[in-house]
Design a protein around this ligand. Structure first.
Ligand code: AVJ
Length: 355
């Protein structure tokens, strides 16, 4: 990840400003398809040769991966989405009252179903609302935009097809804004990625902008592990799909049936470690780079981490980045929390960096 955010030249900002007045538009920020392929190939080569081996979870979300994740959220064991939706259903109006008539921007919007509660609350107070979903999957973005335009015609949708951080420099153009980052997606970030994300977000928002953050809370092991090992095997398919994507895009020649999904809760780290374990020795080819990596029988490649949080430590941590909690919403069992944060301070200065 580059240390500094991309800065957009004036013509890009100007065209974005123009686009703000139109609806149903999708802005593509990524470079060419060839660049995306090189990005996937080089990140894969680097991750497979590091120890322990790992792959970046952002590559899980191709069109099929986004579809599978959507199915995961409907499995009976996957309590996260259901619990968060329940909180949103009861608190959306209060959230709108605190945030006022801000633009809603959503990071990793997926299919935007939970956003429905918020759009409803926003539209109950004003004629229209501007909604800016950001997602790496163009298919998911298109579907979400279509669904929202149909169910809430008064919503002005401006989709941004890019990763989160690439969209950050455009946030100041839509301030006052409420940034939504739901579903505990923040749990995917390791420590350094989390710091970088929070610092860049804080610096990209204006003072008094809002940040609505969903986090999964620490709880009993069996509840967590069941959520990542659903009986229908959808999560297993989700992990396997990454290797199917590698076969298709990188010519990897992996036998998908040799990929076993393993998700274990690490109590010391308070995170789920998700791995692909290979039941046989396997050469993984990365054709665009003319490389291959040998994986031994029984070896595991980390595909994701999913961190669980404690309010007692996470809230002070967020304070350190300039985010103060206006409200904390949780469910009856305290399984999940929605934090309504306001940017009212500054992140720490980066020491020894070049930016
Ligand atoms: C999208 C990161 C919130 O960690 O619960 C679910 C991803 N992976 N099952 C999570 C996921 C396997 C999910 N997040």
């Amino acid at each position: 990840m580059p240390a500094t955010l991309p800065s957009y030249p004036w013509p890009v900002r100007k065209s974005f400003r123009k686009a703000l007045n139109r609806s149903g538009l999708i802005i593509r920020q990524h470079s060419t398809e060839a660049d995306q392929l090189i990005d996937f190939a080089s990140a894969t080569a680097a991750g497979l040769s590091s120890m322990p081996r790992r792959l970046q979870c952002r590559f899980l979300y191709d069109a099929r991966g986004s579809e599978l994740f959507d199915l995961i959220t409907r499995q009976p064991e996957y309590y996260l989405t259901r619990t968060e939706a329940e909180i949103l259903a009861t608190k959306a109006r209060l959230i709108r009252k605190i945030c006022g008539a801000t633009t809603l921007a959503e990071l990793g919007s997926g299919n935007s179903t939970k956003t429905d509660y918020l759009l409803r609350a926003w539209l109950a107070q004003a004629q229209s609302v501007r909604y800016v979903p950001v997602d790496v999957s163009e298919a998911a973005l298109r579907e979400a935009s279509r669904n929202i335009t149909v169910s809430h015609p008064a919503t002005q949708v401006l989709g941004i097809n890019s990763d989160y951080r690439s969209a950050f420099p455009l946030l100041r153009e839509i301030s006052p804004v409420t940034v939504l980052f739901l579903g505990s997606s923040i749990g995917n970030f390791a420590g350094d990625e989390m710091s970088l994300f929070l610092r860049d977000l804080a610096l990209s928002l204006c003072l008094d902008d809002f940040f609505l953050l969903g986090i999964d809370l620490v709880k009993e092991r069996h509840t967590i592990e069941a959520a990542y090992n659903d009986a229908a095997g959808i999560t297993q398919e989700f992990t396997r799909n990454l290797f199917i994507r590698m076969n298709r895009e990188l010519g990897s020649s992996i036998d998908p049936s040799a990929v076993q999904h393993v998700a274990v809760y690490n109590e010391a780290k308070e995170q789920v470690d998700i791995c692909a374990r290979f039941s046989q020795r396997q050469a993984i080819h990365i054709a665009p780079l003319g490389q291959h990596v040998i994986i031994d029988e029984g070896e595991a490649i980390n595909t994701e981490i999913s961190r669980k949080f404690r309010l007692g430590t996470f809230l002070p941590f967020l304070e350190g980045y300039g985010f103060t909690a206006e409200e904390i919403f949780t469910d009856e069992r305290s399984w999940f929390a929605l934090l309504l944060l306001r940017r009212n301070g500054f992140p720490p200065a980066v020491s020894g960096g070049t930016s």
